[in-house]
Design a protein around this ligand. Structure first.
Ligand SMILES: NC(=O)c1ccc[n+]([C@@H]2O[C@H](COP(=O)([O-])OP(=O)(O)OC[C@H]3O[C@@H](n4cnc5c(N)ncnc54)[C@H](O)[C@@H]3O)[C@@H](O)[C@H]2O)c1
Length: 347
């Protein structure tokens, strides 16, 4: 079984190859690594493969999926949780198998969200640079004690819940907004409506998936509902935030800080070294001029444990496909379990 692995980095090669070699069930799997992304210009490189393996910034609209099908590809393996970049209905119509890795160390992402929150809150990103230049002044480094503060969580799934558990340890009051509440959260905090969450929270962290209904969930309107000076953290998907709106709110000081691991237009930049280039994205460059903004390049998942789990689940999904076994991570109707938009599809 040939798998064309797109957007592959040295660590993808290392972990996928290691898992493949460690389990005789995967001995027939041939991994062909491409370091570029899958998209309309590169889809021809999937010729001859039985499956493609893709990541967050590969783009699979209907045209790419049709080309994949014509090239003989029968399975799309996402080595990530989010699947907003794949036209699932076209894949379904053409009978392609699609599966993701719904959970890989949710704690890895939650811990990173907490790291961003505290970096921004306690200004350690500024202290780091300052001290290296022999400046030990504390001016401008004043933060807030987290204990007793209110933290709002948008989306309490696996990551949101792991985030809640950590923040509870800090002694925070936790509020959550999620159209599909789960009982597991109730021991940590309280579900409220979105407006109430925004108006009461000192820190807001986004953990819901990117869908049509959540695109730009943070915009001029919702930002105006936030408490003045509150800090916003996004480790979920860039499209949840309307970048123009946060720039405006940062300029007026209404938004007290912004920490991003993901960015609306990250597809053109993230996971590549652009340090010698003139970056053309003026909104991203404007964001990076604010002292109270931190931008990371979609690395919240990036731990040894998570990479191992991703490789194991991806190859297990492939094995299910190859052996026609029920696949618990299937995202398409008609093949297996139905799970969309983070919840079982009601059909
Ligand atoms: N930065 C990273 O490295 C990284 C890694 C993994 C996942 N992620 C992102 O994190 C997101 C969350 O992951 P997860 O594993 O916790 O997913 P999950 O499916 O377990 O949870 C998502 C939650 O969001 C809720 N939700 C759906 N619509 C909502 C809405 N309109 N408002 C509020 N909540 C809503 C769902 O009900 C669910 O409880 C993923 O969708 C992915 O985009 C980022």
């Amino acid at each position: 079984m040939k798998v064309a692995v797109f957007s592959s980095k040295p660590y993808d090669r290392e972990f996928l190859s290691r898992v493949r070699d460690s389990d005789s069930a995967h001995k027939e799997v041939e991994l062909i690594f491409h370091d570029f992304a899958l998209g309309p210009e590169t889809v021809s490189l999937a010729n001859g493969a039985d499956a493609v393996c893709v990541f967050v910034n590969d783009t699979l609209p209907a045209s790419v999926i049709e080309n994949l099908r014509q090239a003989g590809v029968r399975a799309i393996l996402l080595r990530c949780a989010g699947y907003n970049n794949v036209d699932l209905s076209t894949a379904e119509r053409l009978g392609l198998f699609v599966a993701n890795v719904p959970a890989y160390s949710p704690e890895a992402v939650a811990e990173f969200a907490v790291a961003l929150l505290q970096t921004l809150n306690r200004r350690t990103h500024r202290a780091y640079n300052r001290v290296r230049e022999g400046n030990f002044s504390l001016d401008g480094l004043l933060g807030k004690t987290l204990n007793g503060k209110t933290v709002g969580i948008l989306g309490v799934g696996k990551i949101g819940l792991a985030f809640a558990r950590i923040l509870r340890g800090f002694g925070c009051t936790l509020l959550a907004y999620d159209p599909f509440p789960i009982d597991a959260f109730r021991e940590y905090g309280e579900y409220v409506e979105l407006d109430e969450l925004l108006s009461r929270s000192d820190f807001v962290s986004l953990h819901c998936p990117l869908m049509d209904s959540t695109r730009h969930i943070i915009d001029d309107h919702t930002l105006s509902k936030m408490k003045k000076g509150a800090i916003l953290i996004n480790t979920s998907r860039g499209g949840l935030i309307r970048t123009k709106s946060v720039i405006k709110a940062l300029k007026t000081g209404h938004l007290g800080g912004l920490a991003l691991d993901v960015y609306e237009k990250e597809g053109e930049l993230f996971y590549q070294d652009h340090s010698g280039d003139i970056i053309q994205d003026d909104e991203l460059m404007r964001l990076m001029t604010f002292p109270n903004v931190i931008v990371c390049g979609h690395q919240a998942f990036f731990t040894e444990e998570a990479l191992t789990e991703i490789a194991e689940s991806t190859l297990r999904n492939l094995q299910d496909f190859a052996t026609n076994a029920p696949c618990k991570n299937s995202l398409v109707r008609g093949i297996d379990l139905k799970r969309r938009d983070s919840h079982p599809v009601r059909i």
